[in-house]
Design a protein around this ligand. Sequence first.
Ligand SMILES: [Zn+2]
Ligand SMILES: [Zn+2]
Length: 221
Amino acid sequence: MLNEIFYAECLVCGCQINFRDILCNRCFNSFEQIVFRCNSCGYPLEVESKFCKNCLSQKYYEQMYIVYWYNSVMRNFMKYVKFHYGLKYKSVFEFLLSNVDIPGDYDYITPVPAHFTRKFRRIIQPAYLISKILSKKYGIKYKLLLKRVKNTKYQWRCKKHERIKNISGAFKAKANLKGLKILLVDDIMTTGATINECSKVLLKNGAKKVDVFCLTKGKPI
Ligand SMILES: [Zn+2]
Ligand SMILES: [Zn+2]
């Protein structure tokens, strides 16, 4: 009986923890920060390199900030977040974002808009929550600048060559963005096709510059 009062379960591995905590120490220490990045745009790399593959093809964002590899603890944590309501895990996001350093100055911070159907299933979208935490931390104004106009298939369900076609035309700008510097935010990056398409739409609607922030990205296979 007492145990139930003073102990809780780690959200990821289920082991016993202090009731105030959300994750156990082992899980906390398993988040894996990204070390090497493309010198030109910041795209995460496993080894040091001057350019990434995106810098050699057409990309619309300038700088990219991605902090963690999508390893097993991150996958389990994000899965938990996606299927549970409430803000219990907000402090884990705050912890994960506490050692983030974004040097640029921006007029607005804006999340990649969620799928229509997903909006109802999960009340809090990780990309929106991350945007709000960063907005507060850096004093950048938070605003929804994009809207989804086409419900696309989930990107991870598409074959690689289908992803660009799947996402093309999926977003529209909600306002004139003339001259604005924008930080675009997503939670998990798959191929970067979504981020690139959103950046393209922002630029086409007058934005001066788009940088990208993602919490996590899968390691290249
Ligand atoms: Zn744990
Ligand atoms: Zn690059």
